[in-house]
Design a protein. Structure first.
Length: 529
């Protein structure tokens, strides 16, 4: 296989033009190309007057060495086929099926890999299956009646189900787990373009179908799902997992327990603390969602090519004068700000986009780093208490609705009482408030300074009628369940912390990859019976 890097073409190019460029790069005729695969496609928007696609292409030809020598092109190299390989199974008999707690990306991919390899996992999920969960969440958005165990945070698919469905990750992928995640998603119904676009996304609408198909495939391969099944107790005997209790009444014995519990499973964190499962505080970030017109972002990012390239995204970062990092997080082009609450009398928000990203506004979280010194306690769950305090304040500020404020009013510490040109795009009702009451002034000033700094990168970012909505408090887990770097075990034999809730991932793809890694560690030790 020959790989060609740095193929540049106009964004309006045809397939024929791409094929011709491949042939020219290799100094061969088009007929000599057996096949080609787009390995990666990104957008070069550094020059707004001449935006281009940049491709990395894998090409199948005869006589690779001869053509490589003939091409004399620094952008052409010979590569081997990249393929994920699951490890050989261990030799310790596994008498009881593994139990996975949580059906988010980490739990689903751990379950998928184990089921594919004959381990017949049981996946328990406190929330509903995704099709029922969707109805429950929509009822919450319409009627503000919260179901504590099935909501935007809890249920099949995890918190990422009601998001933009982003699939990009910064995790290094020398073993091709990232590729495996994307390939499984495509097999389950996602658009094949996610295999090569630079910043792939599925969208909340398509993701729900993908999750259902993934569940059905796991069941077909021998796995099992129990929904509305909450982990309520863990029995440990002689330093090893012995059994778990579900819904305070059903006991399930197991030798392998995967904790893929998600970043909002606060009651489960409390249970783990009671059972002396080692955890530690972890830094995360808090802030506000910010809405701008999507047309403004498109113009700033793509200029005259805006209509050709669809909804633009962005990523901005700034180090404030006080030393805190301020940055955008989970940017949702053409999306919505959603009420993502999971506890009574508390309110948190998240961003969500459909596959077409055709909403009027762009939104992202503008967040500030916080660390254990901000939590006010050395208790391992102090970060959870920190989040809860913010969410309780947000609920009161919005009178149960999403609290909202114009950026200009936030700057001068004044409650908003009318909108400008930007209309809120939300799932769930909203109310005017003064969001300065949420945070310390150090964090408030960090947000203000960051937004003004971002205007130097995206013209109009600091416009006075841009909308701020709060509170963004669930950016990542506030704890880490410690595990051994070699075998992924916690301090209790047989318990495998996994995914974002355990502190080892940050998004759909990285959580899925960690689920795959955890399945590998289980398989390397155990032989399914």
């Amino acid at each position: 296989m020959l790989r060609i890097q740095n193929i540049k073409l106009n964004i309006t190019h045809t397939q024929e033009e791409l094929l011709a460029k491949i042939a020219r790069s290799l100094k061969i005729t088009e007929k000599e190309i057996k096949s080609y695969t787009i390995k990666k496609r990104s957008i070069d928007a550094r020059k707004k007057e001449e935006i281009k696609y940049i491709y990395c292409i894998d090409v199948a030809v005869a006589s690779e060495g001869k053509i490589l020598k003939k091409a004399r092109n620094v952008n052409v190299s010979q590569v081997q086929k990249e393929q994920y390989v699951f490890p050989e199974k261990g030799d310790t008999p596994l008498k009881k099926r593994p139990v996975i707690v949580g059906a988010g990306p980490a739990g689903l991919f751990c379950g998928y890999m184990l089921a594919e390899s004959g381990y017949h996992p049981l996946i328990i999920e406190r929330g509903e299956k995704v099709e029922d969960r969707t109805k429950t969440v929509e009822k919450f958005w319409n009627e503000n009646i919260l179901c504590a165990d099935s909501n935007v945070q809890f249920g099949e698919g995890g918190a990422g189900t009601f998001s933009d469905g982003k699939l990009n990750t910064l995790v290094k992928d020398k073993n091709f787990r990232n590729r495996k995640v994307l390939e499984v998603f495509v097999q389950m119904g996602a658009d094949p373009s996610i295999l090569y676009v630079n910043k792939p996304h599925i969208g909340t609408d398509v993701l729900k179908t993908v999750i259902q198909n993934m569940r059905n495939e796991i069941i077909r391969m021998g796995g099992e799902f129990w929904f509305q099944s909450k982990l309520t107790d863990i029995e440990i005997q002689q330093g090893k997992i012995h059994s778990i209790t579900i819904n305070d009444e059903i006991k399930v014995e197991t030798d392998v327990l995967v904790l893929a519990i998600g970043h909002s499973a606060r009651d489960t964190f409390t249970l783990l603390k009671e059972k002396s499962i080692t955890m530690e505080q972890k830094a995360f970030a808090v802030g506000l969602r910010m809405e701008h017109p999507q047309s403004m972002i498109n113009e700033a990012q793509y200029g005259k090519y805006a209509e050709n390239l669809g909804a633009a995204d962005y990523k901005v970062t700034h180090t404030a004068k006080n030393g805190r990092g301020v940055y955008s997080f989970c940017m949702c082009p053409g999306g919505y700000v959603v009420n993502a609450s999971s506890e009574q009398q508390a309110l948190a928000v998240n961003g969500m986009s459909y596959h077409k990203r055709d909403g009027e506004n762009a939104n992202s979280a503008i967040i500030v780093t916080v660390n254990p010194s901000d939590f006010g306690s050395e208790d391992v769950l102090a970060g959870v208490a920190f989040q809860r305090k913010l969410e309780n304040i947000a609920y009161k500020l919005g009178h149960g609705n999403i609290p909202i404020q114009l950026f200009g009013d936030f700057e001068v510490n004044r409650e908003s009482n009318n909108l400008g040109e930007v209309e809120p795009m939300t799932k769930g009702d909203w109310s005017f408030a003064n969001l300065r009451e949420l945070f310390t002034e150090e964090i408030n000033h960090s947000i203000i300074e960051g937004i003004h700094a971002f205007d130097h990168q995206i013209s109009g970012f600091h416009r006075q009628d841009a909308l701020l909505l709060g509170v963004e408090s669930r950016t990542s887990s506030p704890i880490r369940i410690t595990r051994n770097n070699d075998n992924y075990l916690s301090n209790i034999e047989g318990i495998y912390p996994c995914g974002e809730g355990a502190g080892y991932a940050g998004g759909i793809t990285s959580a899925g990859m960690d689920g795959i890694r955890t399945a590998e560690k289980i398989a390397e030790k155990y032989l399914p019976d």
